[in-house]
Design a protein around this ligand. Sequence first.
Ligand code: MN
Length: 251
Amino acid sequence: MSYVDSHCHIDRYDDPAAVMRRAEAANVVTVAVTELPSAFQRLSVRLGRRRLFRLALGMHPLRVATAGPMELALFAQLLDRVDYVGEVGLDRSRDGRPSFPQQVKVFEGLLQHARLKDKILTVHSRGAEKETIQCLAAAEVTAILHWYSGSLTHIDTAVEAGLWFSVNSAMLRSKNGQRIIRSIPRERIVTETDGPYVKVGGQASEPRDIPRIVNDLANIWNEDPEYARDRVLDTMRNIAEAARSADSPSP
Ligand code: MN
């Protein structure tokens, strides 16, 4: 493995096959998140067995209101098939506010699955950073806060709770995003594209852009690109290790 895209919506591109070919050519291990369990099923058929892709089972907070009980049942059924869970989380932006109480109920329900303990979660928290971090800390799961955009004060709480962060080009290009990245300990950061939702120069960000994201991260850190690449890979291994050892009782 050379690079990591820990949060990419492969099924939302116009031409997913082309995006996947370019990801493979760039040697990027990609976590393909989904927004509903039924979307996971469809993508899993489409992906087949691909060495560099990890399929994540998701229930996006903004899909909760219309998802229905079948999707929740499917989530529980499919959980045994995955190492990654996402996109899940909470959203209290203007879009998410009306369904927020329902989102909390569903998210807390998902976090109660005992089988979640050895998974890696990639988590949405827009406008509800404090609540999301509280839920994850209480559930003691291995989770990556994707595109964190909340207040700096919650970052320490998240770090103390053992949570991780993934950063993308939108964050690396904004002043606020850069401030957030500087406030997170280096050994807690991995890379993501959140493509195709994140755009770079009008183009949908995609896994093959990760080397450039690593370069931008290296600039913020005042380090060489090789340092940043190795740091992120080490962190991704640590996250996997944290998930693997989560089953054993804490000392
Ligand atoms: Mn996303």
